[in-house]
Design a protein around this ligand. Structure first.
Ligand SMILES: NC(=O)c1ccc[n+]([C@@H]2O[C@H](COP(=O)([O-])OP(=O)(O)OC[C@H]3O[C@@H](n4cnc5c(N)ncnc54)[C@H](OP(=O)(O)O)[C@@H]3O)[C@@H](O)[C@H]2O)c1
Length: 251
């Protein structure tokens, strides 16, 4: 292990994202992959002795908060990839991390392109009269709507609230084909062979529409964001949400 590299453990190492993260930490400069755990091993027993400073958590939607709390208790800095960590849970993690003088990050999507799409959607949210999200993924994806779709809807709603604007009108109830309305913004989930990970955010106003589209062709798109997130978690205090904090301190 080189003295200035970051020692990392991966939890959920046999899943699609966990496998990619292990490969990434093995080949990207500045990291030492010191431990990797599948679901057959109880990582809680040995992770504190692994030498890891940061734990990359990529398991099953709903487990991210609990795992991050357990990691902080063991002195590790969590980077939570797993979907489903709420805003309230992120706030709670931030308080726990600060009390323990540790850092971490909750990242609903490691792709920098996806991050930019969400930032642009926040900007557009102030200027249009409605928004809908279409997210398209491979058929093996476990959740619907996707974590990125839900996070985009949440950010659109928050941007309007922060600007003092009324929420968009939600779709009329009783018409499932109008999508699953998250925070009043309908999300349409498409699952088909041939797709990887794609999202379109559509905004409408009288006489015009704006479409923001992001397409991912492979998990390679997560690599640079994973690097920035782990570096951020290794050296900062508190737990932030999204790639923004890590991108802004890029050096
Ligand atoms: N933030 C991002 O950019 C991003 C990108 C892609 C995916 N995700 C999210 O990351 C999570 C994983 O995605 P994925 O595509 O890798 O899913 P996946 O292929 O289903 O892998 C999940 C892995 O987690 C393991 N696991 C489940 N419970 C566990 C536990 N209690 N302890 C340790 N390991 C456990 C599973 O092991 P078994 O197979 O043995 O059950 C499986 O190998 C999902 O929530 C997904 O939505 C986030």
């Amino acid at each position: 292990m080189s003295s200035d590299s970051i020692a990392v453990a991966v939890i959920g190492a046999r899943g699609k994202l966990g496998r990619f993260a292990c490969e990434w930490f093995a080949r990207a400069p500045g990291f030492d992959l010191v431990a990797s755990y599948g679901s057959d091993v109880d990582w809680r027993r040995s992770i504190a002795d692994s030498g890891a400073r940061v734990a990359f958590e990529a398991t099953r939607a709903g487990l991210g908060f609990e795992h991050a709390c357990e990691l902080l208790e063991r002195g590790l800095r969590p980077v939570v990839a797993t979907s489903g960590v709420s805003i309230a849970e992120t706030t709670e993690l931030d308080a726990r991390a600060r009390a323990a003088q540790l850092g971490g990050l909750v990242v609903p999507n490691f792709s920098i392109g996806a991050w930019l799409m969400m930032r642009m959607a926040e900007e557009a949210a102030r200027w249009f009269e409605g928004a809908e999200i279409v997210e398209l993924h491979h058929p093996r994806k476990a959740d619907a709507p996707s974590g990125t779709g839900a996070e985009t809807a949440r950010r659109i709603v928050a941007a309007r609230r922060d600007a003092g604007l009324a929420a968009f009108d939600p779709p009329s109830p009783g018409f499932p084909a109008r999508g699953a309305a998250r925070d009043g913004v309908p999300i349409h989930s498409v699952r088909l062979p041939g797709l990887y990970a794609h999202q379109e955010v559509l905004f409408g106003a009288v006489g015009e529409t704006l479409a923001l589209r992001h397409d991912m062709a492979s998990p390679e798109a997560f690599g640079p964001g994973i690097t920035l997130a782990v570096r951020y978690a290794a050296t900062n205090s508190g737990v932030q949400r999204g790639l923004g904090a890590a991108l802004e301190r890029r050096d």
